[in-house]
Design a protein around this ligand. Structure first.
Ligand SMILES: C[S@@+](CC[C@H](N)C(=O)[O-])C[C@H]1O[C@@H](n2cnc3c(N)ncnc32)[C@H](O)[C@@H]1O
Length: 194
C-alpha cells in the first residue's frame, strides 16, 4: 500500500466521517484522564477527530503499512501492531475502547469482544460503529468487501452485535441506528464485591 494512497484515504476518511464526530464525542466523552484504545484504527485519521484532550491514545492495527504511515503522520498517537482477537495489553489498561468500521473485519467477533472487555478497566466503556448489513450501504459494503475484495468480513446486524457484547460480559449495552450503520455503547461493570 503506497503512502500517497494512504494519505488520500485519510483525507476521505476524515471528510466522509465528519457527521460521526458529535456522536462519538458524546458516547466516548474524552477527558484529560481518559486512556483510549482504538481497535482497527488504521492510520489514525478518524481517531484524531474525537480524542483531542485525552491522556493517552493508542491504535491497535494489524496492517504494518498503516501502522508505519500513522507513526509518520501522527506523533501524538501511539501505534501497536495486532488484532482485536489478541490485544497486546494487560487487563484494565484503558478507560475507553473504540472500534470504527472495523468490527466486520474481526475474524472472531466474540473473542475480540472478550479481549476488549479484558483490557477495559471497571466502569470503562466500549463504543463501536459499524455498517448495518440491512441498509443499502451495508449491502454494497458486504458485496465490495467479500465478493470483490475477498476479505471474508462478517457484517453483524445491531441485534447480533448486542448479543455478542452481552455474551462477552458487557453491561448497559445500547444500540443507536444512525444513517447507514449503528453505534453500540456498553460498559464493563465493576466486579461484584467478594
Ligand atoms: C475500514 S478500516 C477502518 C479504519 C478506521 N477505524 C476508520 O474508521 O477509518 C478497517 C480496519 O480494520 C483493520 N482490521 C482488520 N482485521 C482486524 C482485526 N482482526 N482486528 C482489528 N482490526 C482489524 C484493518 O486493517 C483496517 O485498518
Amino acid at each position: 500500500m503506497r503512502s500517497a494512497y494512504l494519505t488520500l484515504e485519510d483525507f476521505f476518511t476524515v471528510r466522509l466521517r465528519r457527521w460521526q464526530r458529535p456522536h462519538l464525542l458524546r458516547l466516548i466523552g474524552p477527558g484529560p484522564e481518559t486512556r483510549i484504545l482504538d481497535v482497527g484504527g488504521g492510520t489514525g485519521a478518524a481517531t484524531s477527530a474525537y480524542t483531542a484532550g485525552s491522556r493517552e491514545v493508542v491504535i491497535l492495527e494489524p496492517s504494518r503499512k498503516k501502522v508505519d504511515h500513522g507513526r509518520r503522520q501522527r506523533s501524538g498517537i501511539r501505534f501497536a501492531e495486532g488484532t482485536a482477537e489478541e490485544i497486546p495489553f494487560p487487563d484494565g489498561s484503558f478507560d475507553r475502547v473504540v472500534s470504527l468500521a472495523s468490527f466486520h473485519h474481526f475474524r472472531d467477533q466474540a473473542r475480540g469482544l472478550r479481549e476488549i472487555h479484558r483490557v477495559l478497566n471497571e466502569g470503562g466503556r466500549l463504543v463501536i460503529f459499524d455498517v448495518d448489513p440491512g441498509t443499502s450501504q451495508g449491502k454494497v459494503s458486504r458485496f465490495f468487501e467479500n465478493d470483490v475484495m475477498g476479505n471474508g468480513c462478517t457484517f453483524s446486524d445491531p441485534a447480533r452485535t448486542r448479543d455478542l457484547a452481552v455474551g462477552a460480559g458487557f453491561a448497559e449495552v445500547s444500540v443507536q441506528p444512525v444513517g447507514p450503520g449503528y453505534f453500540l455503547s456498553a460498559s464493563k461493570a465493576p466486579a461484584p464485591a467478594q
